[in-house]
Design a protein around this ligand. Structure first.
Ligand SMILES: Nc1ncnc2c1ncn2[C@@H]1O[C@H](COP(=O)(O)OP(=O)(O)OP(=O)(O)O)[C@@H](O)[C@H]1O
Ligand SMILES: [Mg+2]
Length: 309
């Protein structure tokens, strides 16, 4: 009964959200091709304001207990090319652990190895050296950064979910999709017709049915509108299992995570002792120095008294 009411109210919200997400997709595309157009930015702002008003809820089932350590990473080294010399490895002698109460944010520059680290931990990649121990009872789930490459686009959302969860019925799949703000045609249309945000939410509905003990989320907010990001934050805050997130979204990290792992491309995975805000400030300070140095080189003859140090 409650599910039926939810599905009906979602249908109205979803229609406008679908339109909005499609527009956001177009805007994102326009921005990546560097056609940054003020008019479109203003439109995007308007869309974001509208979206704040509609309802959507991300729900994840909470896991039972598993005694720690749930995942133990011991002396792990990794290179895609097994014949590469050790100094060219992406990781060398990494030791870390993850428990069910871990709420970890992995941060670092592009190409540093964040996704590779997560793929090693989930078992999608094998360490070149060392070992990753996963508790035998552990059930993990991953939201992949490039998940769209893995979707069969001619399939619909119900088929995608029932294929991944053979035990569940079409109606149960629809109910799960409904919780993530998807209803009506978005269940039965080919996935290719959905917006980026809708495709993301199909992935999340699929994850929610997996009863994961630990969720690995690699850039989960890339295609989500602000209201879905808020719903994701609330859903993750209510989730009692382990969470490992790769994200550049400061609000997501500070609301959900209490532990920061830094992957900077120096073969290490460092646990940061301070807060995310302190880490951000460190980056800004380092950036200021490099900008200052660059300026110093260019302006040595201009005004030496303006030197900062
Ligand atoms: N399948 C692969 N084969 C060979 N090299 C790869 C492969 N996948 C990634 N790499 C390389 O490994 C390095 C780490 O990549 P990875 O995708 O883990 O970085 P990332 O920190 O997740 O980056 P981003 O922030 O852009 O997502 C990069 O230099 C990348 O080019
Ligand atoms: Mg990545």
């Amino acid at each position: 009964m409650f599910e039926k009411t939810l599905a009906t109210s979602n249908r109205t919200d979803e229609k406008s959200r679908m339109k909005q997400e499609k527009k956001l997709d177009q805007i994102q595309k326009a921005q990546t091709t560097k056609a940054k157009d003020t008019k479109k930015k203003i439109q995007a702002q308007g869309i974001l304001e509208k979206q704040k008003k509609s309802k959507i809820k991300f729900r994840f089932n909470n896991p039972g207990k598993i005694n720690p350590p749930v995942i133990k990473i011991s002396e792990v080294s990794f290179a895609f090319d097994k014949n590469a010399p050790e100094e060219e490895y992406i990781f060398k002698d990494v030791d870390q652990y993850i428990d069910l109460d871990s709420k970890i944010a992995i941060v670092g520059p592009n190409g540093a190895g964040k996704s590779t680290l997560v793929n090693l931990i989930t078992g999608d990649l094998e360490p070149t050296k060392g070992e990753i121990m996963r508790n035998r009872k552990l059930n993990i789930m991953k939201f992949a950064q490039h998940f769209m490459d893995e979707l069969k686009l001619s399939e619909n959302a119900i088929a995608y979910i029932t294929k991944n969860h053979p035990g569940i019925t079409q109606q149960e799949a629809r109910t799960a999709l409904g919780f993530f703000g998807l209803s009506g045609k978005t269940h039965t249309n080919p996935i290719s017709l959905l917006s980026g945000g809708q495709k993301s939410r199909v992935m999340f509905a699929n994850i929610s049915l997996s009863n994961a003990d630990i969720m690995f989320l690699d850039e989960p907010t890339n295609h989500l509108d602000i209201q879905s990001v808020n719903a994701l934050i609330e859903g993750l805050k209510a989730f009692t299992g382990g969470i490992v997130i790769i994200s550049h979204d400061q609000r997501l990290i500070t609301n959900v995570c209490n532990e920061l792992w830094i992957v900077e491309g120096d073969q290490k995975v460092k646990r940061y002792e301070g807060t995310f805000e302190e880490y951000r400030q460190e980056l800004i300070d380092a950036m200021d120095d490099s900008i200052f140095e660059a300026l110093g080189e260019n302006e040595t003859t201009a005004d030496p008294s303006s030197s900062r140090k």
